[in-house]
Design a protein around this ligand. Structure first.
Ligand code: DGJ
Length: 357
């Protein structure tokens, strides 16, 4: 992202905010000029963003935030997802609710989705060749919560739209990981050659594995390969490429509770990976949690800032299993220090931090 554009955006927004303050017309929500990790994040209607296990997709000058919509009053041990919600922004700070783009209760919805036990961690990519927005999500069969099947089998669901704000049409599901139990947390990674890969936690052994997707992207194209060097039970994978290397940010495995983040690097997507340890530094003053608990968060995505060189934002959920609709977010710059990614806590920041890189 070029600094001139950002300065213009921020100047315009500041001017707008000052104008609004002196105007008798009240605004739903004053515009935001900084990221405030760990604090509630109001959308442009003033409502805390409800899109968890999320990803960000840049498209035609706008940004799209896709995440699972948690239903008010339900806990994570109940069926608590209404589908996938999308928000739109032009500056990554101020987000407008674009509605449920995949609604599990939509008339005629396939029972695989309508009756799903869990539908979370949606990831969307844009396929430039077909001009399709392709959505993938963790899809547990009915009764996955507290029922006979529990969470020992999980599919990867898929859905498609020709516009970023949907509605997305359910395309079907596959068992990833190369086993008959499927996979849990995952990332979808588009490599430089356009090929898409499904990187997932294989069930039941929790090995992180990588499978190339078919040319049309809707199913695995062959065998899954273990990501050598990545510690077993690494969840919440988020991959990015920088200077010819592949980086993997992930978490440990402790349900909805936080644990320490971990970072790996490799010359090839499938590895072998080398551990770079925990990239987090500092303490979140809102909960007093530091690197040992990833500031209270769990990774979900690393966003390469468009047009930026070595500009990445590390993105985390703050899971609240008893009150998921109020689960929070942590976005922090991911910077390279001595060739290693570092994620330093900041209570308030904006993308001008990238200007000196
Ligand atoms: C760990 C995962 O990373 C989370 O997204 C969530 O699925 C929990 N497990 C559920 O226990």
């Amino acid at each position: 992202m070029k600094s001139a554009n950002l300065t213009t955006i921020f100047t315009l927004r500041l001017g707008f905010a000052l104008l609004a303050a002196s105007s008798p017309v009240s605004m739903a929500q004053a515009s935001q000029a900084t990221f405030k990790p760990g604090l509630p994040w109001p959308d442009t209607d003033g409502v805390h963003i409800n899109a968890h296990g999320f990803c960000i997709v840049p498209h035609a000058g706008k940004y799209y935030w896709y995440g699972s919509h948690k239903i008010a009053g339900l806990t994570e041990s109940q069926k608590n997802e209404a589908g996938v919600r999308c928000y739109v922004s032009s500056d990554l700070l101020n987000w407008t609710n674009a509605g449920l783009v995949l609604d599990v209760s939509a008339p005629g919805m396939n029972p695989e989705v309508a009756a799903a036990g869990i539908l979370d961690r949606p990831k969307v990519i844009f396929n430039a060749a077909t001009k399709q927005f392709m959505m993938y999500f963790k899809l547990y069969p009915p009764k996955a919560r507290g029922g006979a099947t529990r969470t020992d089998v999980a599919y990867t669901g898929t859905a498609v739209s020709t516009t970023p704000t949907g509605p997305f049409e359910y395309k079907g599901r596959f068992l990833g990981g190369g086993t008959d139990k499927g996979s849990g947390d995952f990332a979808i990674f588009q490599d430089a050659d356009g090929a898409a890969y499904h990187i997932c936690v294989r069930k039941p052994d929790k090995m992180l594995v990588c499978g190339r997707l078919s040319e049309d992207g809707w199913k695995p194209a062959g065998a899954y390969v273990p990501m050598q060097g990545v510690e077993k039970a690494t969840e919440a994978p988020a991959l990015f490429r920088h200077a010819g290397k592949y980086y993997l940010l992930g978490s440990g495995s402790s349900g909805w509770a936080p644990n320490a983040a971990r970072m790996f690097v490799a010359d090839h997507l499938t590895g072998p990976y080398q551990s770079l340890g925990n990239p987090c530094h500092g303490v979140n003053p809102h909960n007093q949690l530091g690197p040992e608990m990833t500031f209270g968060g769990q990774s979900t995505f690393v966003f390469p800032v468009p047009d930026g060189e070595a500009q990445f934002i590390a993105m985390f959920d703050i899971n609240k299993a008893d009150d998921p609709i109020n689960s929070g977010y942590i976005w922090l710059p991911l910077e390279f220090s001595e060739n290693k990614p570092a994620i330093q806590w900041r209570s308030e920041w904006n993308t001008s931090v990238f200007e000196n890189q």
